[in-house]
Design a protein around this ligand. Structure first.
Ligand SMILES: [Zn+2]
Length: 107
């Protein structure tokens, strides 16, 4: 991207200025799924710490530009993620879906 953000969001919603980042449980060090460090070498730990630092920089860059940054983990339920994004968008005054389409069913 040319706007100075070091990392693009995984999903961008320009109308509502929402950047959605979906973190990898492994690469981004999910607190629920990386508790077991027995098999993790120093190299992996450093790599994950580096990714987390990069995520923080990216998030701050988006926020400076006035965007809402929504960070999720890959283990989160997709319908919960979508609902959260829609709620944030609604709160900002941008209805992404018409009322009749806001009911999201879990599959
Ligand atoms: Zn996870």
């Amino acid at each position: 991207m040319d706007d100075g953000a070091p990392r693009s969001g995984d999903i961008l919603i320009p109308a509502a200025e929402i950047a959605v980042i979906v973190n990898s449980c492994f690469w981004d060090g999910c607190p629920e799924h990386t508790k077991d460090t027995k098999s993790r070498t120093k190299w992996w730990a450093a790599k994950i710490a580096e990714n987390q630092a990069g995520d923080l920089v990216a998030t701050e860059a988006w926020k400076r530009q006035g965007w809402d940054v929504q960070v999720f983990w890959e283990h989160e339920r997709p319908d919960d993620v979508v609902r959260h994004i829609l709620e944030t968008s609604d709160a900002k005054g941008h209805k992404l879906l018409s009322d009749s389409a806001t009911e999201i069913s879990a599959s």
